[in-house]
Write a protein that binds this ligand. Structure first.
Ligand code: F6R
Length: 241
């Protein structure tokens, strides 16, 4: 695990964005894994600046980590909508090359299997961008997730629903279920860049980096990855020994 500690969120985004931009500069048809939530926003800003400076993202393929079950794609907080707004538009991705799990499928298990097949058909993910939940989840692999899990339906932990209530009008509007790439799916990415900012992530960051590999802290599975870079600010690093 490579651990990079930066002064603050802007520097975290600049560093992580630089790593991802280098992959795209080396291979304009790279396959990116993209995360939603607040953590990667500075990274997307840094990537948008690289686009402004001439880096072409139009042939990149992207796979989102997860999607809520049961909210329409047109809902501003569906991950289809968030990926469109925060990633596809600012980076100039081709929407036909951007994939998000189908949380509205009548057969959710089939939708998960189909998502895994699509990642495989694209040749796998070159670089996976991740955030981490305060309870240690990556993707929506909540504590006790199997370390070898694949894309599947999960129930969001009460802590995650509380944390994500800020995106919705009412706490009870936060969906209960989601589709998420599994920890095994994430481990298959050729490289991983995880970003975390702020003291609220410090405990999960310390468990991920210094704790034993444990399904109680799902991020700790990244200790098994050969090319995982953890980019955090000083507040998120504050519980490291
Ligand atoms: C988002 C995702 C989650 C978030 C995590 C942190 O696609 O899979 O693991 O990265 O919940 O969320 P923020 O960044 O909003 O604190």
């Amino acid at each position: 695990m490579e651990v990079v500690i930066m002064a603050g969120p802007t520097e975290v985004g600049a560093f992580a964005g630089g790593r991802i931009a280098d992959v795209v500069a080396g291979n304009p048809e790279a396959v990116l894994g993209v995360a939603t939530g607040s953590s990667p926003l500075e990274t997307y800003r840094a990537l948008a600046a690289r686009r402004d400076a001439g880096l072409d993202f139009s042939r990149v393929t992207a796979f989102a980590l997860d999607e809520y079950v049961g909210i329409p794609r047109s809902h501003p907080e569906s991950y289809h909508a968030v990926v469109g707004r925060e990633v596809v538009e600012p980076l100039g991705l081709n929407p036909s090359r951007v994939h998000v799990p189908d949380g509205l499928a009548s057969d959710l298990d089939a939708a998960c299997a189909d998502y895994e097949a699509k990642i495989l058909a694209a040749g796998g993910v070159d670089v996976q961008l991740l955030g981490i939940g305060a309870n240690g989840h990556i993707g929506f692999n909540e504590p006790t997730s199997s370390l070898s899990s694949r894309t599947r339906v999960k129930t969001l932990a009460p802590k995650t629903r509380d944390d994500n209530a800020r995106f919705f009008d009412k706490a009870e509007d936060v969906p209960v279920h989601c589709l998420t790439q599994g920890l095994g799916t994430i481990l298959d990415a050729r490289s991983v860049v995880l970003v975390a900012q702020g003291a609220s992530k410090a405990r999960a960051v310390a468990a991920m980096i210094e704790g034993p590999v444990s399904s109680m802290w799902p991020g700790s599975v990244l200790q098994l990855h050969r090319r995982a870079t953890i980019v955090i600010d000083e507040a998120a690093a504050s519980e490291l020994t």
